[in-house]
Write a protein that binds this ligand. Structure first.
Ligand code: SF4
Length: 744
């Protein structure tokens, strides 16, 4: 069908934090998207990666949930059907082999009357035929009444702390706002969190402490103004592909790239320097860089005197990290450390971009503290081409955090434990609020397993059974809940544990705003109706709120957004109708005429005294080190073609066709030492579980390290990971645990 006969709908990509602007071309006669195309916007300039261009057909999957479901067999043990995702070290039953779900997933939701026939059976998905007989169809009235009644019973019998909510960065700002408001105002607890806890919670903790704001201080496009950039703990070619194209473009124009990462990812080939640190040694590396920058007199003393506190203590700490000592810890040659320190210190303008290789450690907050100090002592904040930028994972993880989907903050990072702040929100929301910080995602799972802990949960678009660390512990926790509501678009692994499952809408089926890694607030627009009886998420949340006694009457997402802006100083002046086609950066004094502030902190930081607060860090080893039984270090992460627990991308024909199989990436010598060859099915085991998958011999891995993406149910990487957390950001150690790889 020619383009002019298709309906063009402008929206944003739902995947990574880059939040590329795109247009969907819809064939209304067929009721289907024909294709997607990049759209001009300052942050993406019409570019799209493979996920944005091809990863939307999952929304038309015949496996979409289309009616509310209620568990009908209370005697049947929750989670029993996910026995193939077990991987017990002492019990080998039920493990699925590489490349597919042994139980034959992807046969289609019998209850779904909507959608096309599956053209191809996706592997590694929940077996609908096995799970659905244990649920019955229900009306919306019945399902919502049951949810309100059971959660309020638990609330009345065991107190507000027995309720918890997991929201999602896949949802819009408005949905995130309403969800946290429901948990706080409706159930009287701050036990509400989302997947930021699994990606950049430690970065936010360090940034909030150091510069008084959890958001980026400059955009990724500002790389064009930098003389040098450090890209660290990040694989942007796979995880932020369009941002990565800006980095490579800047390099061609003369910006130097220093890449610091244990893996030799593609960006290393575009870098001037690759410091291939050993995993978990970032603090030692950056302390040594600062040691050298200070020794060479390359600090910006004027900036430090005017705008920094804690410098003297930092000097005392980094004095203990001469390059030779750091070389022993990090494995990076001392001369390379000295050279990189000189390049960073001599640059007029430098930015640090970082990813989850920095944040997902038990030392994640300390790692980010070092990066804040790196920029602060060299005056690399507050000018074009300078700054701090944690590359956000999901397209709305920034917005969901801004909207208050975190247990310690109301919207816009306003502390729940500050009396004046709480009174303001109590007045705005017309109810008394909990004065104590709530539990985080990781703490909620632990709490379920303790007497007096969380008993009832509302899960919106999250799949902790695959995404959280040490999932045998997650299985135990989800199985023990008294009542679990899962609101999602597919029958996820977590939904198998639910008492009620609500069919939700994909981002293609609703209007709402999303905030990307640059602080750009953009509108996603409805492309098509939800399938069957599936409903828009904000309306479902509102219906539950009304049933538990909240007097809500929002008529549209833009009305919700207006209320958010009233309570969120950072979003001041923004409205749905002034975001335009490109969205707007916040803060923004004049959205009618300005794109918003690219660079923050030009004259003061957001802290109470306006200074950057440096917090020195000592290097600490990871919690579980390799030994004779488990001699390899496991790193987990993402692939270009897939997204988190795979519920969307593994149902996308193009993406799953390119990357259909779970693999463990190994250094050639580690594989050879074990007699393993490329493509061979192996067993990877840790102290917590074991999985089987294929070997990929990879020159990108360091000797003694291996990498497994966490998208694949049939080889669930988080069966292996450790649930140790960072003491400040409470983020798990996804980047370091000890494993063995062996032939099956
Ligand atoms: Fe989507 Fe990120 Fe790819 Fe852009 S770079 S198309 S936002 S996944």
């Amino acid at each position: 069908r020619p383009r002019e006969e298709l309906d063009a709908v402008d929206s944003v990509c739902p995947y990574c934090g880059v939040g590329c602007a795109l247009t969907y071309y819809v064939d209304r006669e067929r009721g289907a998207i024909a294709f997607a195309e990049g759209r001009d916007q300052p942050g993406s300039q019409s570019r799209l990666c493979v996920k944005g261009r091809y990863g939307w057909d999952y929304a038309a999957s015949p496996q979409r949930l289309t009616v509310p479901l209620i568990r009908k067999d209370s005697s049947y043990p929750k989670g029993a059907l996910s026995a193939d995702v077990r991987g017990d070290t002492d019990n080998d039953r039920g493990r699925a082999g590489a490349g597919g779900n042994r139980s034959g997933g992807g046969r289609g939701n019998k209850l779904s009357k909507n959608g096309r026939d599956g053209r191809r059976k996706p592997g590694g998905l929940v077996d609908y035929d096995e799970v659905l007989p244990h649920f019955r169809e229900a009306t919306w009235e019945e399902a919502l009444d049951l949810i309100a009644r059971r959660l309020m019973e638990i609330h009345a019998e065991q107190g507000p702390g027995a309720i918890a909510g997991f929201g999602s960065a896949k949802c819009s700002n408005e949905e995130a706002y309403l969800f946290q408001k429901l948990i706080r105002a409706g159930f009287g607890t701050n036990n509400v969190d989302h997947c930021t806890r699994l990606c950049h919670a430690s970065s936010v903790a360090a940034l909030f402490e150091g510069v008084g704001s959890g958001a980026v201080s400059t955009t990724y496009g500002d790389v064009a103004n930098a003389d040098v950039v450090i890209i660290t703990g990040s694989n942007p070619t796979a995880n932020h592909p369009v941002a990565s194209s800006f980095f490579k473009q800047a390099r061609r124009r003369g910006t130097k790239i220093i890449y610091v990462d244990p893996r030799a990812n593609t960006v290393a080939e575009h870098a001037d320097y690759h410091c291939q640190v050993k995993p978990g040694t970032d603090v030692a590396f950056y302390n040594a860089i600062m040691h050298e920058v200070i020794r060479l007199g390359l600090i910006d003393m004027e900036f430090i005197k005017a705008r920094v506190s804690g410098f003297e203590e930092l000097v005392r700490t980094v004095n203990d990290y001469p390059p030779e000592r750091a070389a022993q810890i990090t494995g990076v040659d001392a001369d390379l450390i000295r050279e990189v320190a000189r390049v960073w210190g001599e640059a007029d303008a430098g930015v640090i971009y970082w990813g989850m290789g920095i944040s997902q450690h038990t030392t994640g907050t300390d790692n980010a503290r070092c990066l804040i100090a790196m920029c602060s002592i060299t005056g690399n904040v507050g000018r074009p081409g300078t700054g701090l930028h944690p590359l956000r994972g999901q397209n709305n993880v920034q917005g969901a955090s801004d909207a208050g989907l975190i247990p310690m903050f109301y919207p816009d990072y306003q502390g729940v434990d500050l009396d004046a702040t709480r009174r303001r929100f109590e007045e705005a929301w017309g109810t008394e609020l909990d004065p104590d910080r709530g539990l985080t995602v990781t703490e909620i799972i632990g709490s379920v397993l303790k007497p007096g802990g969380v008993r009832g949960m509302y899960m919106l678009g999250e799949n902790p059974f695959l995404s959280d660390p040490n999932i045998n512990k997650v299985r135990k926790a989800l199985s023990q809940l008294d009542f679990l509501v899962v609101q999602d678009i597919f029958l996820t692994e977590t939904a198998e544990f639910a008492d009620v499952i609500l069919p939700a809408s994909s981002y293609l089926e609703k209007d709402g705003s999303y905030t990307n890694t640059d602080r750009r607030v953009q509108l996603g627009r409805k492309v098509m109706d939800p399938p069957g009886q599936a409903r828009v998420d904000w309306e479902i949340i509102q219906d539950i709120a009304r049933r538990i006694g909240l007097n809500w009457s929002y008529a549209s997402p833009s009305e919700v957004f207006d209320e958010m802006v009233e309570l969120m100083p950072s979003y001041k002046n923004l409205r749905h109708d002034n975001l335009g086609l490109s969205g707007k950066l916040y803060p923004n004094e004049d959205p009618e005429h300005s794109d918003g502030a690219v660079v923050l902190f030009d004259d003061r930081f957001n802290t109470d005294d306006g200074l950057a607060h440096l917090v020195p860090a000592q290097w600490l080893p990871a919690k579980e080190l390799p030994d004779a039984e488990y001699p390899l270090v496991l790193n987990t992460g993402r692939l270009l073609e897939h997204w988190h627990t795979g519920s969307m991308t593994r149902r996308s024909y193009a993406l799953d066709s390119i990357s259909p199989v779970a693999e463990v990436y190994m250094h050639p010598k580690d594989a050879a030492d074990r007699g393993l060859s490329h493509g061979q099915v192996v067993r990877v085991r840790s102290r917590r579980g074991a999985i089987e998958l294929q070997v990929r011999i990879s020159h990108r891995e360091q000797l003694g390290n291996c990498f497994i993406p966490f998208h694949f149910r049939e080889a669930a990487a988080n069966l292996l990971t450790i649930d140790e957390i960072d003491p400040y950001g409470k983020i798990p150690e996804f980047k370091f645990c000890a494993v063995q790889v062996e032939a099956t």
